[in-house]
Write a protein that binds this ligand. Structure first.
Ligand code: NAD
Ligand code: COI
Length: 331
């Protein structure tokens, strides 16, 4: 059996070598290039391909892959939002993803952003770098004194809740489909409005599905407490960034942490040293002392990367045998 992988980064190679060592019977070939209609031909002769990219899996690239006889596609990440499912259906693609690789990676990152915002560490670091070692006015807020609203109590939201319990924060949560185990803990509120009214901070863990588009807009922010802190490590399209900027300008929002951005493709995971950002809003946000921007790196830990590689290659083997992996994506 042969597997061909696209977009393999240097940091993935050790995990791939480990996987190859325990699966010596599988022939593996790869490229650093992403899957496009041009590069699809590299997979000729493979039983399955393994991919990760933010670039779209569009009709042209799927058609080109089908043209060389490959219709098994194993994603090395969770999100399937960049797949042209109409084209995938037309060319009869079997698709798998890695729905759970390390929820802790993302949950920890979001809680680090939250804690940093409460303690104003960005401002403090800047002051210290300028040799200003005065305390005031950079006073922090203790986590145990805060009510934190968690929206979405799936894999990642639940780990965030556990971390918050360690800090001693009061946690409230909202989910369209509440988790049975958490129900008994009495954390759930019945509506988002209740969560907005009570929470000192709101952190998002829901998928970026069309129905969740701009879940946090001016109206939602208007229902939140004055001085609310908002963290989004889920998906950029959940947030209307203009409404966030307006809330930061008015002081309604006292801190904003973001790992994802609606227009992040082509912006994040690029080096902009000595160049202006092509997007004024991100430049504005990055310049603010009460805004933390990370370039979609919440997932980026050694554990998560290793899980993403190993689980996606395992799924590709199952496809290669003509079977359905557990991580099969129904569409
Ligand atoms: P999950 O599917 O396990 O949980 C999502 C939860 O959201 C579910 O319980 C669902 O019922 C709930 N939900 C959906 N829409 C809702 C709504 N409108 N209101 C309330 N609840 C709603 O997902 P997960 O694995 O925990 O992922 C959470 C988010 O993190 C996703 O957006 C995912 O894309 C994102 N993510 C980010 C990174 C990163 O590196 N920043 C990495 C992986 C995942
Ligand atoms: C996902 O797995 O969907 C993510 O958001 C992380 C991705 C950048 C690899």
């Amino acid at each position: 059996m042969k597997i061909f992988a696209y977009g393999i980064r240097d940091d993935e190679k050790p995990s791939l070598e480990e996987w190859k060592a325990i699966n010596p019977e599988i022939e593996v070939d790869y490229t650093q290039d992403l899957l496009t209609s041009e590069t699809a031909k590299l997979a000729k002769g493979a039983d399955s391909v393994v991919v990760y990219q933010q670039l779209d899996y569009n009709r042209d690239s799927l058609a080109a892959l089908a043209d060389v006889g490959v219709t098994n596609l194993s994603l090395r990440n969770v999100g399937t939002d960049n797949i042209d499912f109409d084209a995938a259906r037309e060319f009869k693609f079997n698709i798998s993803n890695v729905p759970v690789y390390s929820p802790n990676a993302i949950a920890e990152h979001s809680m680090i952003q939250l804690a940093r915002l409460f303690r104003q560490t960005k401002e403090l670091d800047a002051k210290v770098a300028e040799h200003n070692l005065r305390w005031a006015p950079t006073i922090g807020r203790e986590m145990r004194m805060q009510t934190v609203g968690i929206i979405g109590t799936g894999h990642i939201g639940r780990v965030a809740i556990n971390i918050l319990k360690g800090f001693g924060a009061k946690v409230i949560a909202y989910d369209k489909y509440p988790n049975a185990e958490l129900m008994s803990e009495g954390l759930y509120v019945d509506t988002l409005d209740e969560l907005y009214a009570q929470a000192d901070a709101v952190s998002l863990y829901v998928p970026g599905l069309p129905e969740n588009y701009h879940l946090i807009d001016a109206e939602a922010i208007g229902k939140m407490k004055d001085g609310v802190v908002i963290v989004n490590t889920a998906r950029g399209n959940l947030i209307d960034v203009d409404a966030i900027i307006a809330g930061l300008n008015s002081g309604k929002i006292s801190g904003f942490g973001m790992d994802v951005y609606e227009n992040e493709v082509g912006l994040f995971n690029e080096d902009w040293t000595n160049r202006d950002f092509p997007d004024e809003k991100i430049a504005d946000l990055i310049a603010r002392k009460n805004v933390l921007v990370t370039p979609h790196t919440a997932f980026y830990t050694t554990k998560a990367v290793s899980e993403m590689v190993q689980q996606s290659f395992d799924a590709a083997v199952v496809f290669g045998k003509g079977e359905k992996p557990e991580t099969f994506v129904e569409y």
